[in-house]
Write a protein of this length. Structure first.
Length: 109
């Protein structure tokens, strides 16, 4: 019985959902993070930066799509919508971010 409870507990925890503000306290965790898209920046090297819950440089979190993955999905329809993504929450220079590789990681609410 203990193994089933632990397994169910791990399954629940593995899919924890956070706001962009809560995500800052969960660096290194695999989770789902949701926020409103305030801007999409196309870097000259082809990378895509999706800023959530604030315009750059005041965004609460950024979803990053490296140039080699950007053809995997349509990110242009995200602007102004609330989206959620699953992945590992990371921090870079005090900013919370998540790398996105496939469409399966993202959903529009």
């Amino acid at each position: 019985m203990k193994k089933i409870i632990l397994l169910l507990g791990a399954f629940y925890f593995a899919f924890a959902a956070y706001t962009t503000i809560e995500a800052k306290s969960h660096i290194g965790e695999y989770a789902e993070v949701c926020g409103k898209v305030y801007g999409i920046y196309h870097h000259k090297k082809g990378h895509i930066f999706i800023n959530l819950d604030g315009k750059y440089p005041n965004q609460k979190m950024t979803f990053i799509i490296w140039s080699r993955y950007k053809d995997n999905f349509n990110y242009l329809n995200f602007n102004g919508k609330t989206i959620c993504a699953k992945g590992v929450i990371k921090e870079y220079k005090g900013r919370t971010e998540m790398f996105i590789k496939t469409q399966k990681q993202i959903k529009i609410k």
